[in-house]
Write a protein that binds this ligand. Sequence first.
Ligand code: TLP
Length: 348
Amino acid sequence: MPIDLRSDTVTTPTEEMRNAMRDAVVGDDVYGDDPTINELERLAASMVEKEAALFVTSGTQGNQVAVLTHTHRGDEIIAEATSHIVHHETAGLAVIGGVQPRTIQGVNGQMPIDEIVAAIREPDVHNPRTGLICLENTHGDSGGRILPLNYMKDVYEISRAHHLPIHLDGARLFNAAVGLGVQPKEITAYTDSVQFCLSKGLSAPMGSILAGSKEFIDQARKWRKMLGGGTRQAGVVGAAGIVALNDMVSRLPEDHRHAKQLAEGLAQIDGIEINAIEVESNILFFSVAPVGLSSTEFIERLKSYDILANTYGSSQIRFVTHREIETEDIERTIACVKEICANERTHV
Ligand code: TLP
């Protein structure tokens, strides 16, 4: 088995999940008849203290359904420049949502408050209407950085003052909660809707949750149907989602510890650039520029040691820790990176 650090999405279902999937009592969820999905949606809504929740097939679908539900065609939405919804959802905002992203470069995933305020449109005939503010916590492309509660609150206050909804892409909401040492509902209190993934660190094979007010979820259910996300005996996979929410959150601190250990080990290696202090959850980025290899060349070298990773730009590599990464894997990865760097230096 390779050491797969490409993403926490690679986690496979646990034995308990497989058993729950086999035994799941199911029905046709488009008719609202699937007891397992109904239970999952009730549990999920209560964890983030929202009135209702909707099972969606993926995080991307959850985010796109949220945008469709909150906004009108031709609206502008304010989002961080490198956020997943802008950067990694194949221009779904434009193609599916019919909205225009108004991006703001964040610092550690946080858009400066004054820039958010300045980006909200005046009602002028030339202007699109600002329809939504999107936040992402944890923020993936900044290296899994966690938006603190006081920042969430500040953005929320602006949104109330301007009568704008807030959608949170909380694909890794539970990582953020663990990192902050709070309950997820303390984060989602500052949002109107939230999407969180069951299929990342929580290890379910697929699915995400979109949660919000009852009225919002009633509307979202129709958009999900339009996007082809109305599935039938969905409880077969939803059952794994229930196990994910009940049993898998408490082990996330281990992933954070492993990411920190990995970052601290990498920081000691001549040829690697990383600031281990900035690693707050289960994602870390590091640069291989000093060793004189491109990120693509570097991950090819890693592959020869049976270690998988993703590149990010020409010099950065991303590692993501998860349930199937053990402490020995962390140690081995550090040793292999060290060897790759040492070999490179002897060749030049
Ligand atoms: N992230 C994936 C890739 O798409 C980049 C990963 O490996 O990290 N929001 C955030 C913040 C995400 O990181 C992701 C997936 C999603 C949404 C989309 O979730 P899925 O993959 O379920 O559509």
